[in-house]
Design a protein around this ligand. Structure first.
Ligand SMILES: [Zn+2]
Ligand SMILES: [Zn+2]
Length: 146
């Protein structure tokens, strides 16, 4: 069953909706995270965000640099998105998550194979959103290394 496939067995690659921005990752995912914080909701319009976390050094945008726009969500977090179709591609936060890129799960081509192992900021979770039983949940962010 697909849900039992460990996310980090697969090297993610993906694109935005219109296909102009494409990326690839040259190593396995470090982690798959579902975030229930209010900031993720307001910047995606979705009830939660899911991220495939990879090392920045293993991540490369392979096409669409000219339409890859960014927005400073906070003074620490930048969201990168396709300026043509609006798809969020990845976040970076060099302060708290130095060296990491948080890829938006839905942009990964075979995202069915990536199941969140961690659910974070669950204290802000919408009551009708269910957390997958295989996911460890935290009221806020887990301390590093969890
Ligand atoms: Zn696009
Ligand atoms: Zn969040």
């Amino acid at each position: 069953m697909l849900l039992n496939v460990r996310a980090n067995m697969i090297e993610p690659f993906g694109s935005c909706k219109c296909g102009q921005v494409q990326y690839k990752v040259s190593s396995r995912a470090l982690q798959v995270v579902a975030c229930h914080c209010g900031m993720c909701r307001s910047m995606t319009g979705a009830p939660l965000s899911s991220y495939v976390v990879v090392k920045e050094e293993h991540f490369a945008v392979t096409s669409g640099h000219e339409v890859l726009a960014s927005y400073a969500v906070t003074d620490r977090t930048k969201r990168y998105f396709c300026a043509t179709c609006g798809t969020p591609i990845f976040n970076s936060n060099p302060h708290t998550y130095k060296g990491l890129a948080m890829l938006y799960l839905g942009t990964v081509v075979d995202h069915e194979n990536f199941v969140p192992e961690l659910s974070i900021y669950c204290e802000g979770k919408l009551p009708w959103v269910n957390i997958h039983e295989s996911s460890k949940s935290f009221p806020q962010a887990p301390t590093r290394g969890a």
